[in-house]
Write a protein that binds this ligand. Structure first.
Ligand code: AGP
Length: 375
């Protein structure tokens, strides 16, 4: 087993490896001219990709959360409809598959029994499949028609962190590649997106330098018995994973919800004892993102009025958020679809530091194993 590299736990070490995991995953898929995505390891032709009419993503746990973010990315860039399913649901019904449909199985380990069962069902029905996988030559990577690897390096901690960031990167690369081969985006947009993608590792390093801010928030809230996590649009899957991480390592009940849905029930839970984590980042160059942000800001203020304790993840320089809550973690700006790779980092650190404050076995939470090998 690799050593902990001077970190007290693998989970913290692996969070700190995220900049490198991103570089290793992204750089081999960028043409030297930096104006085109290339997928040299995928033996599916551009013509086959162009013929696609629909995409289905199957995965479990954190990998499914990456898939949900991938849906936003692929639909926004490539304009292809995407459905995302839990492997354990997909594998045990008679799922509908259309002609010219690609199925993407996402799995860190490449051995998850439910995802393998889902892939085998797809293959038996003759559909084209791609595995997004972190373990070279794992069963799922071998059985899919093509494998698109995340190069995050071995992940030892049961809570998946760097593999999630690498999965998001691969899904973004695939979305941009599809958009490129299907002529949905202009060359300038691709060039600009590639530059933004290559700038992400530095931005994550900047978030990691603010680790002490997150540890301070963990000190303040580690005794809470429940947490609510809210996010809108592509930030919604990010909060689902923030909530899952907290559940796994700290044993605190946590629920992720779309921000706009809070009024339809969960708001009954809000009082001064419930920490509400809201992702309120935005892309000032994207009008839709700003519209969603304005709505999120209104939700945040409303929760504050109802005495909710709000922990906001916002962009550096956002004084509105600074005024609205005393507990905010600020992260660098990026285009909307790339923000998940940055904003998940403080949520992973929050789960980690809360678990440490509660004296728990962070890397080996009770009742969990790294790969779920039985259906
Ligand atoms: C993540 O923190 C979890 N330990 C778990 O949800 C995991 O993502 C899930 O079991 C799927 O594993 P896989 O990616 O190896 O298929």
């Amino acid at each position: 087993m690799p050593d902990k590299g001077g970190f007290p736990h693998y989970m913290l070490k692996e969070i700190h490896e995220e900049p490198e995991a991103l570089r290793a995953t992204v750089e081999p898929r960028i043409a030297p001219s930096r104006d085109r995505i290339i997928l040299p390891d995928v033996e599916i032709s551009a013509a086959q990709f162009r013929a696609l009419q629909r995409i289905k993503i199957v995965a479990s746990g954190t990998s499914r959360h990456a898939g949900l973010a991938g849906k936003y990315m692929i639909e926004a860039l490539a304009e292809l409809p995407v459905d995302v399913d839990h492997s354990s649901e997909f594998a045990y019904r008679r799922p509908l598959l259309e002609r010219n449909e690609l199925v993407i199985a996402i799995t860190q380990s490449g051995e998850t029994a439910d995802t393998l069962a889902a892939l085998r069902e797809v293959k038996a029905r003759g559909a084209l499949s791609v595995a997004i996988c972190n373990v070279v030559q794992s069963t799922i990577a071998r059985e899919a028609d093509a494998a698109l690897y995340t190069y995050a390096g071995p992940e030892i901690s049961i809570a998946s962190t760097k593999a999630f960031v690498a999965q998001l990167a691969v899904l973004y690369l695939l979305a941009l590649y599809l958009a490129q081969v299907c002529d949905k985006v202009k060359n300038d947009f691709v060039r600009h997106s590639i530059a933004a993608l290559l700038a992400l590792p530095e931005k994550i390093s900047a978030v990691l330098k603010r680790e002490a801010d997150v540890a301070g928030i963990a000190d303040r809230f580690h005794t809470a018995s429940d947490f609510l996590f809210l996010g809108r649009g592509v930030h919604y899957p990010v909060v689902l994973d923030g909530a899952l991480k907290l559940k796994e390592v700290s044993y605190i009940h946590a629920e992720g919800y779309p921000t706009g849905e809070v009024k339809h029930g969960p708001q009954a839970l809000i009082d001064e004892t419930l920490p509400v984590v809201i992702v309120a980042t935005r892309d000032p160059n994207d009008a839709d993102s700003m519209l969603r942000y304005e709505k999120t800001l209104a939700n945040l203020k409303d929760i504050r009025k109802r005495s909710g304790q709000v922990i906001a993840i916002a962009n550096t320089g956002d004084d509105e958020i600074r005024r609205a809550t005393e507990h905010a973690i600020f992260v660098p700006n990026a285009p909307e679809l790339l923000l998940p790779m940055i904003e998940i980092v403080p949520l992973q650190l929050l789960a980690y530091y809360i678990a440490v404050r509660r004296g728990l076995d962070v890397d080996r939470p009770r009742n969990l194993s790294k790969a779920v090998l039985q259906e």
